[in-house]
Design a binder for this molecule. Structure first.
Ligand code: SF4
Ligand code: SF4
Length: 155
C-alpha cells in the first residue's frame, strides 16, 4: 500500500475556493499522475495540505512547516498538485528543501490530468483579478458609498 499526500497551491484552494475534487476524483480512478499506482494496489491518502503562500525569495524553507504535517507520518509520496506545477515559481526550490529534509520521500509533480498550462494560467488570472463584471473591492464599495460628487473624501 502506498501512503500519499497532496500539496496544493493556496491561490487555488484558498483564494479561489477549489476543494481539490478533481485531484481526488483522479486519485480514486487512478488517472492523471495517479495512473502510476496499480489499480489493485490500495492507495492511502493520509493528508491534503496547502502551501501557505509566497515565501519570498528569502524563505522557501517555509514550505517545510506544512510538509512536516504529513511527512512525519510514514509518507511514501508527496504529490504537488497540478495547479502548483502550472503556477508556482518556487516549485523546484520546494522540491530541493523537502528532499533535503526527507530524502526517502518521493515527490511527484502533478495530480489530475494536466490542462494546457497557458490556458489554465489565463483562467486563474481572471479569477484572481477579474476584468469582466469585476466585483467591487471593499475600498471601492466604501468610497462609492461615502463619496459625494465634486467633494473629495477626507478621513
Ligand atoms: S490541481 Fe486542480 S483540482 Fe487539484 S487543487 Fe489544484 S486546481 Fe484544484
Ligand atoms: S508559493 Fe507557489 S504554491 Fe505557494 S501559493 Fe504561491 S504559487 Fe502557490
Amino acid at each position: 500500500m502506498a501512503r500519499i499526500a497532496i500539496l496544493t497551491c493556496s491561490n487555488c484552494t484558498q483564494e479561489t475556493n477549489c476543494a481539490a475534487v478533481v485531484c481526488l476524483g483522479d486519485l480514486r480512478k487512478r488517472r492523471g499522475l495517479f495512473a502510476r499506482y496499480a489499480k489493485e494496489e490500495p492507495l492511502d491518502l493520509i493528508g491534503l495540505i496547502n502551501c501557505a503562500g509566497c515565501p519570498t525569495l528569502a524563505a522557501p524553507e517555509k514550505i517545510l512547516r506544512r510538509v512536516q504535517a504529513v511527512a512525519e507520518f510514514k509518507l511514501d509520496a508527496l504529490h504537488f498538485s497540478y495547479c502548483m506545477t502550472a503556477l508556482c515559481p518556487f516549485i523546484e526550490k520546494y522540491q530541493k528543501f523537502i528532499n533535503e529534509s526527507y530524502p526517502d520521500l518521493e515527490i511527484v509533480f502533478g495530480t489530475h490530468k494536466p490542462i494546457e498550462k497557458q490556458e489554465f494560467r489565463r483562467g486563474v488570472k481572471e479569477l484572481l483579478c477579474p476584468t469582466i463584471c469585476r466585483p467591487q473591492t471593499m475600498t471601492e464599495m466604501v468610497k462609492g458609498t461615502l463619496e459625494v460628487p465634486g467633494k473629495p473624501l477626507s478621513f
